[in-house]
Design a protein around this ligand. Structure first.
Ligand code: FES
Length: 150
């Protein structure tokens, strides 16, 4: 089926099966590899993107559910002021180790700060608990979120 969606502010039309995960439409059909495949089962958070402003797991989001909606990925999150602030904090604190999970971490962190601009450490731990980092950069992730919160 033909599906129209807006990705990082740009209207895109893709031909895909209705149940194809948004993750693979982004990576394969739209040539946007920033969103990562981790578990493919909704467990790790590596594939997190924003769908109409809410953090979702793109490996669990059929493309049909994204039709007509606005998607923000790691390639576009720096275009808004909050996303840019989060990315700058990530750079300033040198958060990544291998880096594989960090796109999903940044997308989740930005969604948190949008809903809760001054999260407590417990808020951060609760919100970010679904984003797994095999290098265990959790301390730096939490510090970067506090920095971005100002
Ligand atoms: Fe989607 Fe792990 S790849 S949650």
């Amino acid at each position: 089926m033909s599906i129209t969606l807006t990705v990082n502010g740009r209207k895109r039309v893709v031909e895909a099966e209705a149940d194809k995960p948004l993750l693979w439409v982004l990576r394969e059909d739209l040539d946007m590899p920033g969103t990562k495949f981790g578990c493919g089962a909704g467990l790790c958070g590596a594939c997190t993107v924003h769908l109409d402003g809410d953090a979702v797991r793109s490996c669990q989001t059929p493309i049909a559910d994204a039709a007509g909606k606005s998607i923000t990925t790691i390639e576009g999150i720096g275009l808004n002021a909050l996303g840019k602030r989060v990315q700058d904090a990530w750079v300033a604190l040198d958060v990544p180790q291998c880096g594989y999970c960090q796109a999903g971490q940044i997308m989740s962190a930005t969604a948190l700060l949008k809903q809760n601009p001054k999260p407590t450490p417990a808020d951060i731990d609760g919100w970010m608990s679904g984003n797994i980092c095999r290098c265990a950069t959790y301390m730096r992730i939490r510090a970067a979120i506090r920095t971005a919160a100002g």
